[in-house]
Design a protein around this ligand. Structure first.
Ligand SMILES: Nc1ncnc2c1ncn2[C@@H]1O[C@H](COP(=O)(O)OP(=O)(O)OP(=O)(O)O)[C@@H](O)[C@H]1O
Ligand SMILES: [Mg+2]
Length: 235
């Protein structure tokens, strides 16, 4: 269980998160939606230790992890697929995946994780020797998710995984996210502009507006909410 309490985060003089609170129960998918600049990416970056909060708590399994360094957070089992994928464009698919498992020394475990990733995304196996920068956008997103899974996370954060993908592939990516949650029991915090599909696969949702939680609830209830419908679901 991840619990955020009154988290305030800023960039210099700009405050991006004005004391948000949210929780992500074990084994669930929770979606964070909100307009551009609402603070979604800032939230994920703060959880993964890339940004230091001004105040507030991030409790993971009861321990306050706010302000810890990124490698310590990864060790605790949290993994982050950043906005814009951030794969290593000049390395091959296999090399990118191997970089994701740097925590594991056990060769057998690494092979198992590779098999997991390839099972989920067979396309990656077909292209394991290809230079990652030459993969299509969708394949790069699969690689970014596959790499994040290599560290055997218990908690996965995904920042706009559907961004820039063709509609058919968007559906596939959402199906894979649901599969990762269901089959591997990984808890997921999902940031998405594609609110409709995100709420469809998630259990709970939060709506961020200019650094504050404006609404929260079961995903089904949010999908029926008139405010959410008009602002985020296109009618
Ligand atoms: N490095 C930075 N320096 C200064 N301000 C920043 C920085 N990064 C983000 N911000 C500001 O913080 C606010 C929240 O940004 P954030 O990236 O968290 O939004 P977001 O909800 O992820 O938006 P999007 O949907 O466009 O990705 C914005 O006003 C943004 O301009
Ligand atoms: Mg963002």
């Amino acid at each position: 269980m991840l619990e955020i309490k009154n988290l305030m985060v800023g960039y210099g003089a700009i405050t991006a998160l004005h004391g948000i609170s949210l929780s992500v129960p074990d084994g669930k998918i929770v979606t964070l939606i909100g307009a551009n600049g609402a603070g979604k990416t800032t939230t994920l970056k703060t959880i993964s230790g890339l940004l230091k909060p001004m105040s507030g708590k991030i409790l993971y399994g009861g321990q306050n992890i706010a302000g810890q360094l990124p490698h310590q957070i990864v060790k605790l089992g949290l993994s982050h697929v950043p906005e814009g994928r951030m794969i290593f464009a000049n390395l091959t698919v296999m090399e990118n995946l191997q970089l994701g498992e740097y925590l594991q020394r056990d060769k057998q475990a690494v092979r198992q994780e590779l098999e997991h990733a390839f099972g989920l995304f067979p396309r990656l196996q077909e292209r394991e020797k290809q230079i990652a920068g030459t993969l299509s956008g969708g394949e790069q997103q699969m690689l970014a998710i596959g790499r994040a899974l290599m560290s055997r996370p218990k908690f996965l954060m995904l920042d706009e995984p559907s961004l820039g993908l063709a509609p058919l592939l968007v559906k596939t990516i959402f199906e894979k996210i649901a599969e990762i949650n269901r089959q591997q029991g990984i808890t997921i915090l999902l940031v998405e502009q594609n609110a409709n599909l995100a709420l469809e696969i998630s259990h709970f949702g939060y709506v961020l507006e200019t650094g504050k939680v404006a609404l929260q609830g079961d995903s089904d209830a949010l999908r029926q909410n008139p405010q959410v419908k008009s602002a985020y679901l296109g009618g």
